[in-house]
Write a protein that binds this ligand. Structure first.
Ligand code: PLP
Length: 395
């Protein structure tokens, strides 16, 4: 049976060009980049080449890129570093729809006495910008707002937020601005200079590099306090012997992403639109979440009201099709998605939500296969859970 992988926001296939770049690091260049002899410095050169590629993909300087173990580490480091930098400031601004890598740090800080403002979104997943301006305080240490949502693909106005923060005069130093761009880098053009962000997180396994590697951009001059302390790797900003092969892979993945960005965005957007049009016309009661908002070209969150999303996934799985309900991290918990809840989508529709996320390795044949299978799956499940009246989640 042909396998159709439609869960690329959970993780992506490592590109073969990336594997090719990594293999010599395992086989030949296994030296420690901190060693001063030539066998070590050869690996150091490879890391620095990767750093340049990652920096170029977001228009940063190489010295502004710190390699980490994942997007989660980058997010944690950014927020905790800002709080360390401004010990007198006890306020954080974030949004209700962040990934747990941001939300759970904020909750933990709340337990330690910090005040946290969670900005709300509308029924299409758009950020309430008026409440953002109202939320800024003189004791705000950091604003951490995601670039694009992992469940709906909705893109936030990071450039506009960056401008508002930059223009605000705050005694004792500017409010730091961090964006979790884990789902954005590699899918849309990300330019840290244009965005006016102080810190930005990205993760290798979302853009065809391996799992277990990420990066944190820290704008030159931003006060920074490391999370990991030890042998002073990454100029003391992230200790621990570098994951050399994966870092080299991340560099290659960024290089590929930049080269193909525009072409791929158009390609993915067309596939995604075809998928949505076909599902809406063949599956009664289907609604695309966040449809009218600015979205990533590869992501589609669709609610099938009154149907159990997990049952849809199981039947798709038995047909070799892989998708997700809500975010990969929270699926299996049985809890409704906090993102769709924040969009005021009825519980009956949240429980019937499926996320399809595409990559460069998907093609029309994958969409054909989904369209062949899904209407039958929905029809079968509708026999158990009939659609009563018009879908309530028509937003
Ligand atoms: N932030 C967002 C928006 C994500 O989607 C994810 C992963 O799904 C993360 C952070 C965490 O990244 P990682 O899996 O590399 O820790």
């Amino acid at each position: 049976m042909k396998q159709v992988y439609l869960d690329n926001n959970a993780t992506t296939a490592v590109a073969s060009e990336v594997v090719d770049e990594m293999l010599p690091v395992f086989r030949e260049f296994y030296g420690n980049p901190s060693s001063t002899y030539s066998f070590g410095s050869r690996v150091r050169d490879m890391l620095e080449k990767a750093r340049c590629a990652v920096a170029a993909s977001i228009n940063a300087l190489p010295e502004e890129v710190i390699f980490t173990s994942c997007g989660t580490e980058s997010d944690n480091t950014a927020i905790l570093s800002a709080l360390e930098a401004y010990p007198g400031r006890r306020h954080i601004i974030t949004t209700v729809v962040e990934h747990p890598a941001v939300l759970n740090v904020c909750r933990q800080m709340q337990d330690k006495g910090y005040a946290v403002t969670y900005l709300r979104v509308d029924s299409n997943g758009r950020l309430d910008m008026k409440s953002f301006e109202d939320a800024l305080r003189n004791d705000t240490a950091i604003v951490s707002i995601m670039y694009a949502n992992n469940e709906t693909g909705v893109v936030f106005p990071i450039e506009e937020i960056g401008r508002l923060i930059e223009g605000r005069n705050c005694p004792g130093g500017k409010i730091l601005f961090h964006t979790d761009a884990v789902q954005a880098v590699g899918k849309v053009a990300v330019d840290v200079k244009k965005l006016n962000v102080d810190m930005l997180s990205l993760s290798g396994h979302k853009l065809h590099a391996p799992k277990g590697v990420g990066a944190l951009y820290v704008r030159k001059g931003t006060p920074f306090y490391p999370l990991l302390i030890g042998g002073n790797q990454e100029q003391g900003r992230r200790s621990g012997t570098e994951n050399t092969a994966s870092i080299v892979g991340l560099g290659k993945a960024c290089e590929l992403a930049v080269r193909r960005l525009n072409e791929e965005a158009v390609y993915l957007g067309k596939l995604r639109d075809r998928l949505e049009t076909a599902i809406l016309s063949t599956c009664p009661g289907a609604v695309v979440n966040g449809r009218t908002a600015d979205r990533l070209p590869n992501t589609s969150s669709i609610s099938f009201e009154y149907i159990d999303g997990e049952a849809i996934l199981m039947l798709l799985d038995s047909n070799g099709i892989y998708a997700a309900s809500g975010s990969a991290c929270s699926s299996g918990s049985g809890k409704p998605s906090h993102v769709l809840e924040a969009m005021s989508i009825p519980t009956s529709a949240i429980h019937g939500s499926v996320r399809f996320s595409l990559s460069r390795y998907n093609d029309d044949a994958d969409i054909d296969r989904l369209i062949d299978v899904l209407p039958g799956v929905i029809k079968k499940l509708r026999e158990i859970s009939p659609l009563t009246g018009p879908p309530k989640c028509a937003h």
